[in-house]
Design a protein. Structure first.
Length: 540
């Protein structure tokens, strides 16, 4: 944990890792607070009908103890896999915490996954128990005969129709005692498998140790101004099935004794998000850039909603100057951008309390993490030279490896460095400038062009609501820049607007970076985590 330092240099100088030999996430985020602050609120869940459910830390301990006893009664032991297919809810948190207390390995699964995606992850992980809701149970019923390791399916809430052999989770927990002695796990013992989004090839299961939560703390704290207190209230629209929801928000907030708000939107909208934050007094929020771009469409939010926001963190895609400016003007907050990936997360961050944001930079290495730009052999690159963004091993937040895939694990490293697959450069002050994914960088007439600055520039034009930039093949230039644009209300595609947007980039960035092609679209293809799927745009 950072010690409320007043400068980045002081935070780095004073920081040291203190990873204990034995550590258990479930005890850390739940039981320690149930012992010292039993009546304080851990979770606030707003159901779809608007009703509110609150759980204190004492209630969270009771329910997770019952769940741990229930899992144990169904054959779960240390190292067993427990899959969790539920959107944000108290049951999601309870199931994860129970698995951690048992020394089992939780496997978060996104509620919107289809049968094929679920079958692959459940088969690959060998999960023997699944906790889901009625909708998830109906999906599982169609593939269960192809999942020989899956012995028990627990369903929360009402019993689904024609879902196969299932047990009601709430009924099962009610029959268990509310005391449980957590397994004395070591910090390096496996705790969670989080599958990559699988934008290329089959998804890979990143296996993380119990220490992964401790490894997240410096980056999470830095992205929220350098410290987090017990009086803070957190929320994110990112599902807890992904590392951004689970380990950037839910678990770090509970580690600090803060309150977490949960809710599942049928469809995310800016006004609904502002309503939710206002109703529950949210002070700290993680908003992916796509969500920020949607919030940006609402004018004068501080005048229309009673917002108590003190910190906004964002990551997953490059943020850009336009969104930073909007955050200061519309929210009165400097949005802190952070960087990481499923295998090694929250290793770089900006922090407005420590240093001003630098245009085009995603931040500096969070205390405790050795982040460099290296070549393909793992050799550190000179200042401002483009290479692979990489993290030196060992590192507490770094994954143990890909589940049952040692070859892919080996390919992830070059010498002592884990390669993120992202290209960037480091300036003389240690700021990391993100260029793009290896396969996102555009090669045009000998220039290497990153899509981020062009997208940021186009977002500064009032006609542009959303934009994605890709390279498309060209016989003369190898590739040319193509911009796929979703227009703001009140604007229509035209040759005149195309020329205006091209000039907007040409005059503000560079002549070789302007989009020679502009395609107007109703929407952009996104992953379930809100990241652009650029390959689909290149193929159209």
């Amino acid at each position: 944990m950072l010690s409320k330092e007043t400068s980045y240099e002081a935070a780095v100088e004073s920081f040291h890792w203190a990873i204990p030999e034995h550590y258990n996430i479930g005890v850390d985020v739940c039981d320690k607070w149930a012992a010292s602050r039993p009546d304080d609120t851990a979770l606030i869940h707003e159901h779809r009908d608007g009703s509110i459910e609150r759980l204190t830390f004492a209630e969270l301990r009771t329910q997770s103890n019952r769940a741990a006893n229930c899992f144990r009664a169904h054959g779960i032991v240390q190292g067993s896999r427990v899959a969790i297919l539920i959107a944000q809810s108290p049951q999601t948190a309870i199931a994860h915490i129970a698995a951690f207390k048992l020394g089992a390995i939780s496997v978060p699964l996104f509620a919107l996954f289809g049968e094929e995606a679920l079958e692959f992850r459940l088969r690959d992980s060998g999960a023997s128990v699944l906790v889901t809701d009625a909708a998830g149970a109906r999906k599982i019923a169609g593939i269960r005969d192809r999942l020989p390791a899956l012995r028990t399916v627990f369903v929360t809430g009402a019993q689904p129709e024609a879902s196969g052999a299932v047990e009601n989770f709430d009924t099962a927990l009610a029959s268990q005692i509310d005391t449980f002695e957590p397994v004395a796990t070591r910090a390096d013992d496996p705790a969670v498998i989080i599958y990559t989004s699988g934008t290329t090839g089959k998804p890979k299961g990143a296996l993380h140790a119990q220490r992964v939560l401790l490894g997240h703390l410096p980056g999470v704290e830095m992205s929220h101004g350098g410290s987090i207190s017990q009086t803070d209230t957190f929320w994110t629209p990112a599902d807890w099935a992904w590392i951004g929801g689970l380990l950037d928000v839910l678990l770090p907030a509970l580690h600090h004794g803060a309150t977490v708000v949960s809710h599942r939107f049928d469809k995310f909208s800016a006004s609904a998000a502002f309503d939710l934050m206002s109703r529950h007094g949210v002070t700290h929020v993680f908003l992916p850039p796509t969500a920020l771009k949607m919030l940006r469409t609402e004018k004068t939010p501080r005048e229309r909603w009673n917002l108590r926001l003190r910190s906004v963190a964002s990551g997953g895609e490059s943020l850009g100057t336009e969104l930073l400016t909007w955050g200061r003007e519309a929210l009165g907050i400097t949005i802190n951008e952070f960087y990481g990936q499923t295998e090694c997360n929250m290793v770089v961050s900006s922090c407005g309390n420590w240093f001003p944001a630098r245009p085009g930079a995603i931040g500096r290495a969070a205390p405790g993490h050795d982040v460099r730009v290296v070549n393909d052999r793992g050799v550190v690159q000179p200042v401002d030279e483009i290479g692979n963004i990489a993290i030196r091993a060992p590192d507490p937040v770094m994954f143990l490896g890909y589940w049952n895939n040692p070859a892919a694990t080996a390919e992830k490293f070059a010498g002592d460095y884990l390669l993120t697959g992202d290209l960037g450069r480091m300036d003389s002050d240690g700021f990391i400038h993100y260029v793009g994914r290896n396969d996102d960088v555009i090669t045009s007439a000998g220039y290497r062009i990153g899509p981020g600055p062009i997208e940021d520039c186009l977002l500064g034009h009032p006609a542009v609501r959303l934009v994605a930039v890709v390279g498309v093949p060209d016989a003369d230039r190898t590739e040319i820049v193509k911009a796929c644009v979703v227009l703001s209300d009140g604007f229509s595609p035209s040759d005149e607007l195309t020329r205006e947007l091209q000039d907007h980039v040409r005059t503000r960035l560079a002549a070789h970076e302007y989009p020679r092609l502009i395609e107007y679209r109703e929407s952009l293809p996104m992953t379930s985590t809100g990241k652009l799927i650029r390959r689909e745009l290149r193929n159209t």
